[in-house]
Design a protein around this ligand. Structure first.
Ligand SMILES: *Cc1c(COP(=O)(O)O)cnc(C)c1O
Length: 402
């Protein structure tokens, strides 16, 4: 046999291209912010998870530089070996204080926090109930754990209840996992109902606050606070890389949970500790979240402003239901979403097309920042009006993609 064992790669790529599923990167050439330089052009940024505008904030930058000067660029090893610094402990205390939990544990990314936590708390004899729209890291964490995974209909408490009534008795432990703000839709999971059902069936709950931390709740603690559920026993996971403007992930909960994870979570034990720069930047961000609630207030005003403008000027635009800064314009096909994304970009708006397999239906995802201004929203809506009323010249297919 002389067949090329790698030939399937080209064939797979061809299939991906035909389905309009091919992804590529775009180079950002400036500090992050409401306006950025993208591939040589100034554009309005509606593509970022930097909800509070902190990742370009000089205080985070200074904190990262100072930590780098003091401790170097890398943390040089696992937290249990040479990779632990005082900064890590300070950050963990700050997260626990924000979340009103006994303790917190910092991972090198939110993805790793989900993988390592889910795989540590459940195993072969256990059951996972998962929202069908959960983030990839929750889905892969569930697979990695070896537990039986049952999906329930998106945000459907009655379906969750029914699946538990059918399956719970066959398993030892049970973990319910859900995004709190759904990352590609912008709606919220029905957390109070989920917690009540969890109690009834003796289940643990893991909620992923990636898009809620710093954004929702009176103090910015997230959806758990937003729904008045602070203080209840549950596992809160999140990221330092969205509203907190840095890099890394965390788990917040009881000390028993974090002590257990320090001993049993492979993606915490066998990976290098978070860098001093990222740790210090996240710590500075949490201080800002606590001291400057006006950023959160402005963000929520901005979301209302954009929704109002769209409602007034483009009542026919199909927005998915959202209670967060993530607003999605639903489109009929991946090709339509790609074309809309390209028309937006040609008009100076950076807002990505999100397509299968990330989501079941194609859309343009707009994310609002606290640092956007009224003129930015007006410009966005003007461009959307042009695209929807067909007064935009569609680029020919040859010039469309690189
Ligand atoms: C972004 C995201 C993550 C991953 O966080 P990283 O720190 O970027 O690895 C996990 N869960 C959800 C819901 C996310 O949106």
């Amino acid at each position: 046999m002389t067949t090329d064992p790698y030939a399937w790669l080209e064939q797979s790529l061809t299939t991906i291209i035909r389905a309009n599923w091919l992804r590529s990167v775009e180079t950002l050439e400036s500090l992050p912010g409401a306006v950025v330089q993208l591939e040589g052009r100034k554009v309005l940024n509606f593509a970022s998870n930097d909800y509070l505008g902190l990742s370009g904030d000089w205080r985070l930058i200074e904190a990262a530089v100072a930590a780098t000067r003091e401790y170097g660029t890398g943390s040089t090893g696992s937290r249990l070996l040479s990779g632990h610094r005082k900064l890590h402990l300070q950050l963990e205390k700050a997260i626990a204080s924000l979340k009103q939990t006994e303790d917190a544990l910092v991972f090198s990314s939110g993805y790793l926090a989900n993988l390592g936590t889910i795989a540590a708390v459940v195993g072969k004899r256990d059951l996972i109930l998962a929202d069908e729209y959960n983030h990839s890291s929750l889905k892969n964490g569930a697979i990695l754990s070896g537990a039986k995974v049952v999906n329930y209909v998106h945000s459907h408490a009655a379906d969750l209840h029914q699946q538990l009534a059918q399956n719970r008795h066959n398993y030892r432990r049970c973990l319910i996992i859900t995004d709190s703000v759904f990352s590609m839709d912008g709606d919220l999971s029905p957390l109070p109902e989920i917690l009540a059902i969890a109690e009834q069936f003796s289940c643990m709950v893991l909620v992923d606050e990636a898009h809620a931390t710093g954004v929702l709740g009176t103090t910015g603690a997230g959806c758990v606070e937003h729904f008045g559920c602070s203080g209840q026993t549950l596992i809160q996971v999140g990221t330092l890389s969205k509203a907190l403007g840095s890099l890394g992930g965390y788990v917040a909960g009881s000390s028993a949970l974090t002590d257990f994870l320090r001993n049993r979570s492979p993606s915490w034990i066998y990976t290098t500790g978070l860098s001093p720069a990222d740790t210090a930047a996240a710590l500075a961000a949490i201080e800002i979240v606590e001291k400057e609630p006006q950023r959160r207030v402005q963000l929520s005003k901005n979301v209302d402003t954009l929704k109002q403008l769209i409602k007034q000027q483009l009542p026919q635009l199909k927005l998915l239901p959202s209670e967060s800064p993530i607003l999605c314009w639903q489109l009929d096909s991946a090709a339509d979403a790609l074309a809309a994304g390209q028309q937006l970009k040609a008009s100076g708006i950076f807002a990505p097309a999100i397509r299968p397999p990330t989501v079941p239906s194609s859309r343009i995802r707009l994310s609002v920042m606290a640092t956007h201004e009224l003129a930015h929203f007006q410009q966005l809506v003007d461009v959307l009006v042009n695209i929807i009323h067909g007064s935009f010249d569609t680029p020919s297919p040859e010039t469309r993609d690189s």
